[in-house]
Each structure stands twice: as structure tokens, then as C-alpha cells.
Design a protein around this ligand. Structure first.
Ligand code: NAI
Ligand code: MG
Length: 359
């Protein structure tokens, strides 16, 4: 009997509960097919937690996450809470949960499904074979550096500072090398070492640890060049590792290679195998509660969880294969449908993927 894996399930707001419900069907099907065992525990987070508990991130939710092996999160937020004070906003909970769980990297795969090549604004022949992963540092850099304003002779001046220390760089760089080892063994480290001191330190650390991963082919790419190469030769990238702000921008750019936000999964990782997995999209209040949301991003987040946290590559492959098969058979939710009148709903898409899963 396989060991029981504990998964904290946080449905959240808007379309969150709808897409998470489909992902849970995939969990159940994985147990039947592969004999793995999952124990799920649901917890409140985001807007619904504000309404029911008076805080976006209740202590009991953190406790559920801490005793779990992984967290599956839908999405949080919505107009209802937009005008709340900061501590009562769902987004504050997102920053809080990452911090409380020590999640220092954000992983975003960008995979172009062959049959969706025409959903992108780029030429299909450029996109062919694109399967990359952006590994973004999440808790350091300019977003977290000291910031202030001061008066000068030329008027007010605003200052943001960017700082990284060796251990912050080393832990994410090592993680990226290890991820590359499990993929196509190519790593692009992205920096601005011709200008920034933090980037020079970044590059020193990368070069120091690189010899420990001799099977991984390393390239250093300046961030402006990387932005160009992502559009010119996306399929040549495997793993891209970079600091917080560069990663924020490049991961959004990479996301657009694939066409729809409804297809994009993500992981946030810390030390060890624990991770939080969620779709890239938000709570989509405009389509919530109407069975219109594409559940694929959340379902692919489960595949990512299997691969990264549990080491269940066979089950991850099965999910990804099932998604590809269902798309190849022409089934589409509204966000990826060319002919919107033929679009299917959230539940139907989930059911088709579950039915297409095989060992
Ligand atoms: P959004 O991602 O929720 O929606 C943007 C557009 O994409 C909308 O037109 C929506 O209908 C569509 N869309 C998103 N996911 C889809 C899916 N699975 N299937 C089909 N269509 C989909 O971003 P938006 O509108 O900027 O934010 C809405 C709320 O979500 C806000 O409160 C925002 O703060 C929150 N948000 C939460 C995130 C999270 O929980 N990690 C991330 C981003 C936004
Ligand atoms: Mg962003």
C-alpha cells in the first residue's frame, strides 16, 4: 500500500471552488489507477475566510497547511473585498501564506500544446515544441528591499533598493539545477550582470555551484536579451532561473506563449519537498458560478504536485497525456474555443479528462 499523502485543499473564491472540484476528481481517479493514497483536508482562505473568520488567513488554515505534504489552492479575491483595508484583503493572505510556509521560489511551466498553437499570437512554427519552466525567486530583491522618499533640490525623490545575499541566491539556484536535472538538463540563469551588483553576485554563485551539476548545460543570459529570445526561440529554453522582478516579468511573457491563462499551472516551493500548487489565473468573478471556467490550469497544477512534491511521475504523465488527448479530440472550454458555440463547461471538461486518464 502506498503511503498516504496529505493535501490541504483551499478552494478560495470565485471560480476557485469550481476548478478545484475538478482537480479533486483527478486525485480520486489517480488513486484508482495507480494505487496512490491521498487524504484531503479543506480549509478557508481569502475572501470567504474574511467573511466567515474575519481574516484572510486564519490560524487553523495555516495549521492544516503545515501538517500537509502539499497545498492545492484555487484562487482568491473579488470585487466584494476590493475596498477593504489592507489586512482584510484576500491578496494580503496570499503574501502571508507564502511567507508563513517559507516558500521562496515560484515555478511556472509554459507548455505549448500542439493543437492550441494557433491560440497564441506567435507563429506556430516558432512555438513548436516549447516546454519551459521559469523559476522565480519570490522573497527577495527589489520588491522586498528598503523603500522611501526624500526631498531634494529637484523635488521629491523615491528610492527602491535591491538586495540579495549568497544564501538566498544559492538555495534557489540549487533548486533550479535540480529541476533541470529532472528535465532536459538545460539551465538559463538570467541576470543583468553588466550593470547590477546583485546580478554580479548572482552570477558568481551560479558559477560556483555549477560544477556540482556537470550534467546540466548552463548559459548566462542578460534579462533584456532573454526577453527577446523568449519570443524568437522559446523552444530552446528548458529551465530559466532568475531573481524576483525579472522573474515576475519574464514569467508573464512566457505565459503568453501558450495562449490562455486558463491553461497555466504554478508551484511555490521552499526547502524540502513541500509545495503550494495553484493555477496562475485569479478568481475570475466575471464568469464565476456559471460552469464556464477552464479547469485545466488547476488539473495541471495537480500534475506538477505529483512530479515535484510526491515524485509520482507516472501519474503526472497520465494527467498531462489525458489533457492533451482531450484537447486533441477538439474539446474546448470557452476561453480556448475558436467556435464559442461549441464550448463545453467546467464539469464536462473535468469529466472528459478523468475519463481519458489511463495507466
Ligand atoms: P483573473 O485571472 O481572475 O481573470 C482575468 C480574465 O481571464 C477574466 O476575463 C477571466 O474570466 C479569465 N479567466 C481567468 N481564469 C480563467 C479560467 N480558468 N477559465 C476561463 N477564463 C478564465 O484576473 P483578474 O480579473 O485580474 O482578477 C480577478 C480577481 O482575482 C481579483 O480579485 C484578483 O485580485 C484575484 N487574483 C487572484 C490570484 C490568486 O488567487 N493567485 C491571482 C490573480 C488575481
Ligand atoms: Mg505578475
Amino acid at each position: 500500500m502506498a503511503e498516504v499523502k496529505k493535501i490541504a485543499v483551499i478552494a478560495g473564491d470565485g471560480i476557485g471552488p469550481e476548478v478545484v472540484a475538478e482537480a479533486e476528481k483527478v486525485l480520486k481517479r489517480t488513486e484508482e489507477l495507480f494505487g496512490y493514497r491521498f487524504e484531503t483536508e479543506h480549509a478557508l482562505f481569502g475572501g470567504i475566510a474574511i467573511d466567515e473568520k474575519g481574516t484572510p488567513l486564519p490560524e487553523e488554515t495555516l495549521a492544516v497547511c503545515r501538517k500537509a505534504d502539499a497545498v492545492l489552492l484555487g484562487a482568491v479575491g473579488g470585487p466584494k473585498w476590493d475596498n477593504n483595508p489592507k489586512e482584510l484583503r484576500p491578496e494580503t493572505g496570499l503574501l502571508g501564506i507564502r511567507k508563513a510556509l517559507g516558500l521562496f521560489s515560484n515555478l511556472r511551466p509554459a507548455v505549448v500544446f500542439d493543437c492550441l498553437k494557433d491560440a497564441s499570437t506567435l507563429k506556430p512554427e516558432v512555438l513548436e515544441g516549447t516546454d519551459l519552466m521559469v523559476v522565480r525567486e519570490l522573497t527577495g530583491g527589489i520588491y522586498f528591499g528598503e523603500k522611501y522618499r526624500r526631498d531634494t533640490d529637484q523635488g521629491q525623490e523615491a528610492v527602491d533598493t535591491c538586495a540579495y545575499n549568497v544564501s538566498e541566491v544559492e538555495r534557489i539556484v540549487r533548486q533550479a539545477f535540480e529541476i533541470a536535472q529532472k528535465r532536459r538538463k538545460k539551465l538559463a540563469s538570467v541576470d543583468k550582470a553588466n550593470v547590477l551588483e546583485t546580478s554580479r553576485l548572482w552570477r558568481e554563485v551560479v558559477n560556483r555551484v555549477a560544477p556540482e551539476y556537470p550534467d546540466v548545460e548552463l548559459e548566462h543570459v542578460l534579462v533584456d536579451n532573454c526577453a527577446m529570445q523568449l519570443l524568437r526561440r522559446p523552444s530552446s529554453f528548458d529551465v530559466i532561473v532568475t531573481e524576483n522582478m525579472f522573474g515576475d516579468i519574464l514569467s508573464d511573457e512566457a505565459a503568453m506563449l501558450t495562449g490562455s491563462i486558463g491553461m497555466l499551472s504554478s508551484a511555490s516551493l521552499g526547502e524540502g519537498s513541500f509545495g503550494l500548487y495553484e493555477p496562475v489565473h485569479g478568481s475570475a468573478p466575471d464568469i464565476a458560478g456559471q460552469n464556464l471556467a477552464n479547469p485545466i490550469a488547476t488539473i495541471l497544477s495537480v500534475a506538477l504536485m505529483f512530479r515535484m512534491t510526491f515524485g509520482y511521475a507516472d501519474a503526472a504523465d497520465a494527467i498531462e497525456r489525458a489533457v492533451a488527448d482531450v484537447l486533441n479530440a477538439g474539446h474546448r472550454t470557452g476561453d480556448i474555443a475558436v467556435d464559442k458555440s461549441k464550448a463545453i463547461g467546467t464539469v464536462a471538461m473535468g469529466d472528459l479528462i478523468v475519463a481519458a486518464m489511463s495507466k
